[in-house]
Design a protein around this ligand. Structure first.
Ligand SMILES: Cc1ncc(COP(=O)(O)O)c(C=O)c1O
Length: 202
């Protein structure tokens, strides 16, 4: 590994599960109310998320599973290199907010499933800072390569080779705000939360 990983890492069964978990964290962190207790059934503004039209299909499944509805995902167009059009995304976010909706999350892809394109992650991070949104990066292909000296040459190789990554697609769902994952996921039952006491010997 090139860079030390800090925070907590959760190993899950694949890219879809990692991303859906990340989206659950985003939904919780940016709801602005106690989403775990109240759910999404109140008459609140619609929570919306944004990514490129090249975002993998996990996003619609995730939006359905998390009660946001698949139409909460706004697919923004891409440039000639299949990278998301950041200006169009900013305009879409502002238009939705002006219409009374609640934009909460942007998804950047590091290595799209179709062509291996990586969005301009710095520009998306800046957009999220400006607009107060959660930034989720789907790194099912690209992030793994970035973290590993061994895989870095593959990242730079021709796009067709990106398909080799599918063999390595155990997902790593990482969050720099490690406490947020804990707060977004179900509470531990007291019997599991309590420390185990050694049995008394008679
Ligand atoms: C960019 C991207 N995200 C998510 C996924 C979903 O991963 P999985 O098939 O492991 O659920 C894929 C799978 O190809 C992918 O390419």
């Amino acid at each position: 590994m090139q860079k030390p990983l800090t925070g907590k890492v959760v190993l899950v069964a694949g890219g879809t599960m990692a991303n859906v978990l990340g989206l659950a964290v985003a939904r919780h962190a940016k709801a602005g109310f106690d989403l775990r207790a109240e759910g999404l059934q109140g008459g609140r503004p619609r929570m919306l998320l944004y990514g490129s039209s090249e975002t993998h299909g996990w996003v619609k499944k995730g939006a359905e599973l998390l009660g946001l509805g698949s139409s909460a995902f706004r697919a923004v167009g891409v440039d000639a290199d299949d990278r998301v059009d950041v200006r169009a995304m900013r305009a879409a976010i502002r238009a939705d907010r002006a219409a009374g909706h609640h934009p909460f999350c942007v998804i950047g892809t590091a290595g799209t499933v179709n062509t291996g394109a990586t969005d301009d992650l710095r520009a998306l991070a800046a957009l999220c800072r400006d607009e107060g949104l959660w930034f989720h990066v789907d790194g099912a292909f690209g992030a793994l390569a970035r973290l590993s000296d061994e895989l870095a040459p593959i990242e730079n190789a021709c796009r067709a080779q990106l398909y080799d990554f599918s063999a390595l697609s155990e997902a790593i769902a990482g969050a720099s705000h490690s406490g947020v994952i804990g707060r977004a996921t179900p509470a531990r039952p007291p019997r599991l939360a309590a420390p185990l006491r050694p049995k008394r010997r008679r």
